[in-house]
Design a binder for this molecule. Structure first.
Ligand SMILES: NC(=O)c1ccc[n+]([C@@H]2O[C@H](COP(=O)([O-])OP(=O)(O)OC[C@H]3O[C@@H](n4cnc5c(N)ncnc54)[C@H](O)[C@@H]3O)[C@@H](O)[C@H]2O)c1
Ligand SMILES: [Zn+2]
Length: 370
């Protein structure tokens, strides 16, 4: 397949997202213009212990062919690595690798590596270039685009972070084939989110793709990644700093984040699984408030089930009081909650006056429906 390019238009911080197959070994050729203009000499490639053994040799090899001196650091896989201590260890690694202000960091991995390496690159010498090479579906369709970096604190997720746009994003869809099915499905939750927010951009529709969507090797997946990356790039270009329209990308994330926090990031529920449940919940809230007509939540369930995603918490669900405690992070001072809701597929609205009692009722109904 051809390499497709999507531009993220941000003035002097503009960059391209490249989507295609077998990109990892071609980084030197694909990035020729940047290699000439940026003058990088050294590269620290940051990865994790699942991704590194599979793919870092190919990426490092191709960067070496461009005469870059490459050092590789590998963190433990998973959300637990997304903390300040690991970020500072990476900054220290960059210093020991003698990276100059004009050098490069490459983030090779999922959203954890991207957020962590992006954050470390943004603070090392007050900010050096970062290239994202996302290897999960979640990272290819969402986290690698838009420049949000961050680490978690004990008090909550992503509480420390920066905006630091990458110089480019390389999405090699072939690497999705080695993802654990559950991690692949987690990324599909963000795909579903985009298809609920902007169904018209998907042709054929996500629903009509049937079971194919669950096969990371299917040729249609590259086009799905491209469509999602395009939507993300448009939204980011319209609102780089997340002060306005970018908020719609939080669809399903209000309850999603609360469920993740209630599970204390222990992996009992992936980000995508939490968002999937959160979107069904948001649809129920929209129906309850009369924002959407009835049927929206059921249509959500149908699409999400087809993708192999949960539509209610698995096992014993956290009780509403615990969830509500975490929802409070998003609360306005007068006590009501802001949520992105859909009037119907393709028509998001932001509602800032949602009563906790309504949410409690919808949460009870979420647990009843199976
Ligand atoms: N910055 C943003 O805008 C943004 C947006 C969405 C999510 N995020 C963050 O992204 C993180 C979640 O990212 P994720 O879902 O990619 O999880 P992840 O980075 O933890 O990756 C999931 C698992 O898959 C493994 N893996 C990655 N690529 C692989 C491959 N090709 N083959 C085999 N195994 C592979 C990883 O080692 C890990 O064990 C969260 O911390 C979330 O907060 C950030
Ligand atoms: Zn998300």
């Amino acid at each position: 397949m051809e390499v497709e390019k999507i531009s993220v238009e941000l003035g002097e911080r503009s960059y391209e997202v490249l989507v295609g197959a077998s990109l990892l070994g071609r980084a030197d050729r694909l990035l020729t213009d940047l290699l000439l203009s940026r003058g990088w000499k050294r590269v620290s490639l940051i990865t994790d212990k699942n991704v590194g053994p599979r793919y870092s040799g190919t990426v490092a090899g191709s960067l070496s062919r461009a005469d870059l001196e490459v050092t590789v650091a590998s963190v433990e896989a998973g959300e637990k690595s997304k903390n300040g201590r690991t970020a500072m260890a990476l900054v220290d690694f960059m210093a020991r690798s003698l990276l100059a202000r004009s050098d490069l960091v490459v983030a090779l991995g999922g959203g954890v590596v991207g957020d962590l390496a992006g954050f470390a690159a943004s603070v090392y010498k007050r900010g050096i270039d970062v290239l994202h090479v996302p290897t999960t579906l979640m990272a290819q369709v969402d986290s690698s685009i838009g420049g949000k970096t961050g680490v978690n604190l004990e008090h909550g997720k992503n509480l420390v972070g920066t905006f630091h746009q990458p110089v480019a994003v390389l999405c090699d869809v072939e690497v999705l084939a080695t993802l654990a099915p559950r991690e692949y499905a987690s990324g599909l939750a963000e795909v579903a989110k985009y298809s609920f927010l902007m169904p018209d951009v998907f042709s054929p529709s996500i629903e009509s793709r049937g079971e194919f969507i669950r096969d990371p090797r299917h040729p249609q997946i590259a086009q799905v990644v491209m469509t999602c990356a395009w939507i993300k790039s448009q939204v980011v270009a319209a609102d780089e700093r997340d002060k306005g329209p970018r908020v719609v990308l939080n669809y399903g994330h209000t309850l999603g984040h609360a469920l993740e926090a209630a599970a204390e990031y222990e992996g009992s529920c992936t980000h995508g699984e939490a968002v999937s449940i959160g979107m069904v919940f948001a649809a129920q809230v929209a129906e309850k408030l009369g924002v959407a007509s009835s049927g929206l939540a059921e249509r959500h369930r149908r699409v999400l089930r087809k993708m192999g995603l949960p539509v209610r918490p698995a096992g014993p669900a956290p009780d509403f009081d615990k969830v509500a405690g975490h929802l409070a992070q998003d609360k306005k001072s007068k006590g009501d909650l802001t949520m992105v809701l859909l009037e119907e597929e393709g028509s998001p609205v932001v509602r800032g006056d949602i009563d906790l009692d309504v949410l409690a009722g919808c949460y009870a109904r979420l647990l009843e429906a199976g």
